[in-house]
Design a protein around this ligand. Sequence first.
Ligand code: KIV
Length: 268
Amino acid sequence: MGKITVKTFIERKKEREKLVLVTAYTYAQAKIAEAAGVDGVLVGDSLGMVIKGDANTLNVSLEELEYHTSCVKKGLTSPLLIADMPFLSYQSSVEKGIESAGRLIKRGAEAVKIEGGEEVAPLIEKLVRYGIPVMGHLGMTPQYIHSFGGYRLQAKSARARRKILEDARILEEAGVFSIVLELIPLEVAKEVTEKVNIPTIGIGAGPFTDGQILVFHDIMGLYPEFKPKFAKVYRDLFTEAVSGLKEFIMEVKEGQFPDEEHSFRLKK
Ligand code: KIV
């Protein structure tokens, strides 16, 4: 597979070919995503929850995003690498946003993702003008969790539906190359997708978006106690890992490991 760029994303919408993205935070996950052939990898601020064990994404720092972006970068060749702009890395001023985005680009990101609608348009315009591609993010934007009163379905009322359509139009005009639509009714996601010329990437937004993104840990069954309705579990890695470790424990205790194959002898 050739190198996927932001231009590929736009072409895919024209060609009606679906885009598939996954999150990654480590070198190993990047290698897996590359080998599987995804189109894009997002170093998401979801790392607050799946890597750090926090209840939400608000306590993720720019330094943490920089560190994980550089880890993922080393394992990727073809997929587009997008890094999240974490909470408070851009809200206080456009200048701060440019500085933060630049730091992620220096660590290997090829685009940044910013949550929000018209309120972030001035920053997006500047970044795009300075050569930093931006992915938008509308719907259930986790950095607004306290205003939303929890992690819940958005754009349900006629007013909220109009607002998301208007925000999508504003983001497109500001220059984003794609928009993540999170946790919204499929009818609304379909309407947004039809109204914009850039690809929409859904997560909990139904089948009509131009692409899909899911969190690696959710689809690989790494947290059996957390199963969002929209995230299909494709593999049960938690059970696999526990069973592998149990075998290791048993073999050590019974003297079966290490065996001849996994040991060294002095040369005769
Ligand atoms: O942080 C993240 O992983 C995200 C995706 C869920 C879209 O924003």
